[in-house]
Design a protein around this ligand. Structure first.
Ligand code: DGT
Ligand code: CA
Ligand code: CA
Length: 574
């Protein structure tokens, strides 16, 4: 079995989790987490290089010790250090980490104080009310745990966008090359740009006799063929992702694309409209009696039921059909409309590149401005900057701005919002920056009312500009804060602050519904990469997908403004 970078990354991530449960030094834990990310995102196949006898390239954050482990994993598929950790801890403990809201710290407490090692033991402990007694847990957490165990049992695993994209795009490109194939489109939740997908749905238009079905089930990454007929098949890939394929004739492609794009709720609402007009609609077309009156394009399908084409991101039966009947649909924001990025890190805190390198990477991706927002001092684990370091960085940015052409750097900081809502750097200093990005990185467990107060107090600060990743959720890892969103958004408007849509694919925070709420309340959203290295600017595209699901247009997006338009918006007047 070949070892992929993702396999190495998964081993490092597991080591970090187990070390944290053991209470190891946080810097050591962080080193493994960073290494997991770096290796996972690394473009070239490391095991392949090693197999060819080539030396490992110099990778930031990968020292001799980690390089040695990469060699071992590449050669054997195993890591003796991880195996040692496994011997020191019961195997099932890592299962507990899969419950959203249970990080290594809490798992450690559960394991040490309640001897909880498995999911059934966790469920029993929650049901008998023993978990709420533990320091830092409470009744709410206990209920969350029970709900999460229930949800996990009922819902199969979902995949985040980068993994889904990697497999879907490669497979679609491969199918496009098969003889007789006229069109290929990835449909389903992937096309609707949901933040995670349950499976991949691929639609192909092919001439009769095309070997596309055979080629699909023979694809290199296929582990099992789950079902296989003339026009449809389902396979399980080696990575655990299921792919459904439908093959149709070109004359039905639009109808099939609409049907398999979904969502199911949207489809049902459209079918009802068709029935009201005496029409029948299915994946083969729109029919009046026996006559197919539409089906070759999606446009024709919508037109047959009296609607304009609706972008896939809106097809959730969340009012898009009613809206389209009354008024033009929003012209959803596109990646090319972003003029800058207001949140990124450099080597000065936990980023991997110099400020100049980040600036050049942003420029190469068509951005006109970039705010450098390294962490503040409280976040020691990310080497947060103190006042002196930030002042020196501001001087460095001035020097770079004189030299750089075609991109302007803005001086910022990602300042920690402390538990009482105060900010982690002195006012006088924050006032000298172009923008202050505030973020919660600790005390996710505060009671909801105190958490709200914390955020509102932070926004009251005269220099506060932008609330980063407002819900603080990480998909599969940390649940969203329980916030009164309308109140938060209205407070932002009143204070002249903005909300971030963090484009990191494991965050995608704001949620789509809160983007839409911000738009309705007139609060601009900044779609930011939170880049920690040059390649991370490509994440902006995930943010665009989420923004489009939230009905955002360029006018609703702070960083679609030119630098000249942006500057006065960043200057707080209240
Ligand atoms: P996922 O895979 O859970 O992320 O979500 P989807 O939306 O990709 O769902 P999936 O893969 O089960 O089905 C793909 C599309 O096929 C779905 O969005 C709409 C359509 N579809 C599936 N089942 C039904 C159904 O029972 N009725 C209708 N009208 N459409 C359906
Ligand atoms: Ca799907
Ligand atoms: Ca499917």
């Amino acid at each position: 079995m070949p070892v992929h970078n993702a396999d190495i990354a998964a081993i490092f991530e597991e080591i970090a989790d187990l070390l944290e449960i053991q209470g190891a030094n946080p810097f050591r834990v962080r080193a493994y987490r960073n290494a997991a990310r770096t290796v996972g995102d690394y473009g070239r196949d490391l095991a392949g290089l090693i197999a060819k006898g080539q030396p490992l390239p110099k990778i930031p954050g990968i020292g001799d010790d980690l390089a040695g482990k990469i060699h071992e994993i590449a050669a054997t598929g195993r890591c003796s250090f991880l195996e040692r950790l496994h011997r020191e801890l019961p195997a099932a403990v890592t299962e507990l980490l899969k419950i959203p809201g249970l990080g290594p710290k809490r798992v450690k407490t559960l394991y040490e104080q309640l001897k909880v090692q498995t999911l059934p033991e966790l469920q029993a402990a929650a049901q008998s009310g023993r978990i709420r007694e533990l320091a830092g847990f409470g009744e709410k957490t206990e209920q969350h745990i029970l709900a999460a165990i229930g949800a996990q049992a009922s819902e199969a695993r979902r995949f985040k966008r980068p993994v889904a994209a990697q497999y879907a795009e490669a497979l679609a490109a491969w199918l496009a090359g098969v003889a007789g194939v006229e069109r290929v489109e990835v449909a389903g939740s992937y096309r609707r740009r949901r933040e995670t997908v349950g499976d991949i749905d691929i639609l192909v238009a092919a001439r009769s006799g095309s070997p596309v079905m055979q080629r699909f089930i023979g694809y290199d990454e296929v582990r099992d063929v789950l079902a296989h007929g003339e026009t449809r098949a389902s396979v399980m890939l080696k990575c655990g992702l299921q792919v459904d394929l439908r093959v149709v004739e070109a004359a039905a492609f639009g109808a099939a694309l609409h049907y398999f794009t979904g969502s199911k709720a949207h489809n049902i609402a459209i079918r009802k409209r068709a029935q009201e007009r005496g029409l029948k609609i299915n994946e083969y077309g729109v029919f009046r009696g026996e006559n197919r009156i539409a089906g070759e394009t999606e446009d024709s399908v919508f037109a047959a039921v009296g609607l304009p084409w609706i972008p896939p991101e809106l097809r959730e039966d969340q009012g898009e059909i009613e809206w389209a009947m009354r008024a033009p649909l929003p012209k959803l924001v596109e990646r090319a409309e972003l003029k800058g990025d207001l949140h990124c890190h450099s080597r000065a805190s936990d980023g991997h590149a110099s400020i100049e390198a980040m600036a050049l990477a942003a420029k190469a991706r068509g951005l006109d401005y970039l705010a450098i927002t390294d962490h503040s001092q409280r976040l020691k684990i990310a080497h947060g900057l103190d006042s002196g370091q930030l002042l020196r960085q501001m001087a460095e940015i001035d020097r770079l701005n004189e030299k750089l052409r075609g991109i302007t750097l803005l001086k910022g900081v990602e300042v920690d919002i402390l538990a009482d809502g105060s900010l982690d750097l002195p006012d006088a200093l924050l006032g000298q920056l172009d923008l202050v990005v505030g973020a919660v990185h600790s005390r996710f467990d505060l009671p909801p009312a105190r958490q709200m107060k914390r955020l509102l107090t932070a926004m009251d600060h005269p220099h506060f500009t932008l609330l980063a990743h407002p819900a603080t959720r990480e998909i599969d890892r940390r649940p969203a804060l329980e916030l009164d969103w309308l109140k938060l958004i209205r407070h932002a408007r009143q204070r002249g602050c903005f909300l971030e849509l963090n484009a990191q694919p494991e965050r995608l925070d704001l949620f789509d519904i809160h983007c839409r709420m911000a738009k309705e309340e007139g609060v601009l959203v900044a779609i930011n990469s939170d880049a920690h290295k040059e390649a991370d600017f490509d994440c902006l595209d995930y943010g665009i997908g989420q923004a489009r699901r939230g009905w955002l247009e360029a006018k609703d997006v702070l960083n679609s403004r030119s630098l000249a338009q942006l500057r006065p918006l960043l200057r707080r007047t209240m």
